[in-house]
Structures are given as structure tokens and as C-alpha cells.
Design a protein around this ligand. Sequence first.
Ligand code: GDP
Length: 420
Amino acid sequence: MSDQHQNLAIIGHVDHGKSTLVGRLLYETGSVPEHVIEQHREEAEEKGKGGFEFAYVMDNLAEERERGVTIDIAHQEFSTDEYDFTIVDCPGHRDFVKNMITGASQADNAVLVVAADDGVAPQTQEHVFLARTLGIDELIVGINKMDIVDYEESTYNDVVEEVTQLLKQVQFNTDDASFIPISAFEGDNIAERSDNTPWYDGEILLEALNDLPAPEPPTDAPLRLPIQDVYTISGIGTVPVGRIETGLLNTGDNVSFQPSDVGGEVKTIEMHHEEVPKAEPGDNVGFNVRGIGKDDIRRGDVCGPADDPPSVAETFQAQIVVMQHPSVITAGYTPVFHAHTAQVACTIESIDKKMDPSSGEVAEENPDFIQSGDAAVVTIRPQKPLSIEPSSEIPELGSFAIRDMGQTIAAGKVLEVHEK
Ligand code: GDP
């Protein structure tokens, strides 16, 4: 165990072996509960298949998936010597793009799974493009199913070359990618060096995971505390509550709520029913500010320092990815944007550029419309004041999801904010 934490995305084309790899990682790191393994071991032995526990674990996962009991590979956890890993939502998972962009499960690094017998496939391209757009630091590329290609070095080299070309195409720094020949199913080069690949002397997968760079420490961004609810508590008064995304909150601080545009001095902070003098990112707090009444502030406001208040956008430019829309999106479209705790109708005022999802390059300037699968840069005008920040400055407050007709149709991150 370790106390360093990493959010890891497992990306790659369907059927290339993502779930199997996650199962293998859980198994090899002792993260599958012992009683589950024991049960499978017994079953395997009864059927004269000792040593096949892993296959049984995977079968079980597959069965549960069919029964609709989603043992999702997302949110599974395992530990190496260096890090505690959480697998964040994986592509294929419905809300993957939304979650990745809105930071609900921002991945630090990713493992790209590419089947040796298939090579680069359409979703390989899409996911690599997304990984780059969304700021994945480092990519471990597992060339999987090496058992199917008889552990041939030349096949491995061909696929490595193909993936390298793809990374260059989307301008992913190839120094930040490492390649490993693996078989998730047989366990080659995952936890132990395989005898089947004597020609390979690089790191095996668990070593590469151990050697990932530590995630960026939280930014030294100013306080940003999106307000979730506002209560009135007898004896205290008005108590806004929310989760601190960035910065610190101290009693005595002078704070400002935007876009409501009111402020005052923090009198008390409460966390887990106890009064505390200060709170930090990740803390859920209730607090009381001198002179602020229940009707002065609301859900969707963001609290920040009075001398560095949250930005309020008159318009903002953003990069969006359209996930699902029944028809086309044109200028003038006004769906509801969900950003931190705010929900505000916003008009897509102009579609500035359409991007090529497989290369990340501009495909068309000022297109008439965009549709499912497209990535674009757009200019957005909130219909009511909205506090939001450029993703490059405060990523925690710089992303949003666009919803319409009861579903998430797009997600995006803020490039620039134009204030009044
Ligand atoms: P996903 O869609 O990317 O999650 O792929 P799965 O993990 O569901 O794997 C798809 C199929 O490939 C399954 O039938 C797996 O048993 C098989 N598979 C996965 N990894 C390997 C491997 O390393 N070798 C072989 N031979 N089959 C594999």
C-alpha cells in the first residue's frame, strides 16, 4: 500500500482486452477478494482445471455483465508498491467522455490497449485523440494478445510502429509513451517477466505503472468553492455548503460570491459537524459569512477571495466534443449547461472551428453545423450570469457538460472567458 494516488484510464478499441487487463491487474495485485478466488479455485479444481482461477474470475465477471450486474471495470481499485490506483470510467462506458471532460473522474495517466492481431482500430484513434485533448500526461501502450500472434517480435514491432505514427499524428509526445508486449489473458509481462518474449527487455506492466510520474499536486489556484445549497441554521444564520475545489478557506477571510456579487468576512467554518479554523481542497464545508442573508446567494454561485473573485462570463470560448445528438447543432442552439453546481441555459453563438477527431487539427473554419462525433471550438453566451474559469488556469472550474432532452449531448472545456 502507498498513499500516493493515481486515477488511471484504460482506453482502446472494443474487444482489444481492456476488461481482461483490468481483471488481470486486480488478480495479480491481490485486489480480488480472497473468498472470490477461493471459490473459483475450488470450482476449477473440481473440474480438473487447477491453475485456471484467473479464467474463472474473468468468466464470472463476464457472466455478471450479461446479467446486467455491471461489475464495471470503472472504479475498481488496486495497489502497486508506489501507488493506489483507481480505474476511472473507461470508454465504452456511457458517460466516459462526459466524466472525463467534467473532471468527475479526471485521469492522470492511461493505459492504451491495442490487440496485436488487429493493430490500430477506429476507437484506438478516437481515444488517443481524447486522451491528448483532455491532458493525459503519460501513456503506457500494452500490445495485447501476444499469445495469438505466437509472441512474434516482428508483429509487435509493426504494431508499435503503427501506434507511434498515430501518436505523432495527434502530436502526443512519443517520449511520454512506453510500449510493452503483453497477454492479459495469459499474464505475460504483467506482474512477471515472460519467457515467451525473450527479445523484450523493457519494463513489464506493473513496473511501468510504478514508474508513472506522480500526479500534479493540486494547483495553487485561489479559493473556488461552488455552492451546493444554502441553509438557515438557528443560532448561526445563513450557511452555504459546498466542496472546496481549489485553494484554502480560513476564518477571517474576506470572500466574494459570484455571480450574485455579494461578499463579507468568514465567521465560522464547519466540517463533519465540528467547527474548524480552515479547510482545503476536497473538504465539504458549511460556513457562515458576516452580513450574508439566505436570499443573497444561491446554488451555482462560486465563493472565492474578495481580491481574486470567481470570473463571471459574458461569453466564453470552449472546445466541445459532441457525443450524441439526434440531428445537427447550429449557431443559436440553447441547451442547458452543467458546470460545477450551476445549471444555466446557454446559447451556442458561433461554431468557430471543427476539429478532426483523429488528428486534432482544424478540419473546417466556421462550419454551418456540427453533429455526433464532432469536436469543435465554439463561442457560448450564458442566458443568465455564470461563473466559470479557463481550464488552463483552474481546470476544476473549467469544464462542463451540455444536456438536452434528458441526456448528455456534449462535454467541453473552457478555453477563454470574456467578462463584462
Ligand atoms: P474489451 O472490450 O476491450 O474490454 O475486451 P475484453 O477484455 O472483453 O476482451 C475481448 C475478448 O478478447 C475476450 O474474449 C477476451 O477473453 C479476449 N482477450 C483479452 N485479452 C486477451 C489476450 O491477451 N489473449 C487472448 N488470446 N485473448 C484475449
